[in-house]
Design a protein around this ligand. Structure first.
Ligand SMILES: NC(=O)CC[C@H](N)C(=O)O
Length: 360
């Protein structure tokens, strides 16, 4: 059955539904992911909440969907665009085909789309609102995306415990990926995942040895209400910020964030670490970046830089034991070369030895 993708810039692409067609048009910000594999992790990463995702690799779904690689309990994307998707999964661990999985969750997937042409538009005009619908004529004129608080839709409602060990990490959940929790648990940490709006006093009662600010969807500036708490956490506990968590740490300390034209979403973004002098490939999924110039006079120092566009990939602080990264050290999808960020964090936490410091 024929379906259409219409971009806010006016172009309309005709394709074929690979799942049931959505009853009404599906609206979302259109973004593209360049990795060849890892679609299961992308679909279930809460940072993609309500976005329409274009997979640039031309054949998606070969190995199906398994039980091991979910990044959260369900898919969060609004819709999926591919050139071709496999009807049947070819992998011994596959539980569903990609099509069955999306069908189960009511997420529409449109195939036979010239994804290269779509990506070229997004690359030149930037990410934009888009609509998926079944009728060319029914396409909506009003492409404005509704204002919604995405983080409150993907955070846990009550604290959750994972793992056990001597180091207790409180994970502020702005839409965390399971791989972040796993990365801490496998290093012998007890992790308490708490709702994104948990107060400093509540976190303190949990007696953390360290705090992790998670990834998550949307514009970091929509989360002004949590910035005072984020600042207090950074000034009292060893802290690691990942992606949205990195952006929130920067905002809380007085730096600024901007929106990139079309973001970084893929599994092979080169980043240089100014401490080791080494370059590694990183897994990325973000639209916003910390403005390089804005870190001046904040006490923040630049540690990681993106080698494609020189954008900020990670920060430290002159005084506080803070490390932030724009990329994903937990990988999934993508290379695990930057996992050492977790090792460093645990070392910092251990060296701090449970001390609750309070910097002025
Ligand atoms: N993966 C993330 O945490 C993304 C952060 C933020 N929502 C952005 O798009 O920049």
């Amino acid at each position: 059955m024929t379906g259409y993708l219409q971009l806010n810039s006016g172009e309309c692409f005709q394709g074929q539904w690979l799942t049931s067609a959505p009853a009404d048009g599906i609206k979302g910000e259109i973004v593209f992911f360049t990795g060849m594999t890892g679609y299961q992790e992308v679909l279930t990463d809460p940072s993609y909440k309500d976005q329409i995702i274009v997979f640039t690799y031309p054949l998606i779904g070969n190995y199906g969907i398994n039980e091991a690689n979910f990044e959260s309990k369900k898919p969060h994307v609004a819709g999926v665009i591919v050139y071709e998707a496999k009807q049947t999964a070819f992998h011994y661990e596959a539980q569903y085909s990609l099509i069955e999985y999306l069908e189960k969750w009511g997420i529409p997937m449109l195939g036979s789309i010239d994804t290269r042409a779509v990506v070229k538009k997004i690359r030149s005009l930037g990410t934009m609102p888009a609509v998926l619908s079944s009728s060319e004529n029914k396409i909506e004129q009003d492409m404005t995306l509704p204002e919604n608080h995405k983080v409150s839709k993907v955070t846990v409602f009550t604290p959750e415990q994972h793992g056990s060990g001597d180091q207790h990490i409180v994970l502020m959940d702005f839409g965390t990926k399971k791989s972040i929790v796993k990365s801490l648990v496998k290093r012998g940490c007890a992790v308490t995942v708490v709702p994104y709006n948990t107060s400093f006093e509540e976190v303190k009662k949990l007696k953390p040895d360290g705090v992790l600010l998670s990834n998550g969807p949307g514009d970091p500036k929509d989360l002004q209400s949590v910035l005072p708490t984020v600042k207090k956490l950074i000034t009292h506990y060893p802290t690691l910020g990942i992606c949205l968590g990195h952006q929130l740490a920067a905002l809380a300390l007085g730096a600024n964030t901007n929106k990139l034209a079309f973001g970084h979403r893929g599994a092979n973004h080169p980043v240089v670490d100014s401490v080791t002098g080494k370059v590694f490939m990183s897994s990325q999924n973000h639209s916003y970046v910390v403005d390089t110039h804005s870190i001046k006079d904040t006490g923040l120092t630049l540690r990681f830089t993106n080698l494609h566009d020189q954008s900020v990939e990670g920060l430290q602080h002159e005084k506080y034991p803070l490390q932030t990264v724009q990329f994903h050290p937990e990988a999934n999808p993508g290379p695990a070369e930057s996992e050492y960020i977790f090792d460093e964090f645990i070392e910092t936490v251990k060296a701090n030895n449970g001390r609750v410091f309070a910097y002025a």
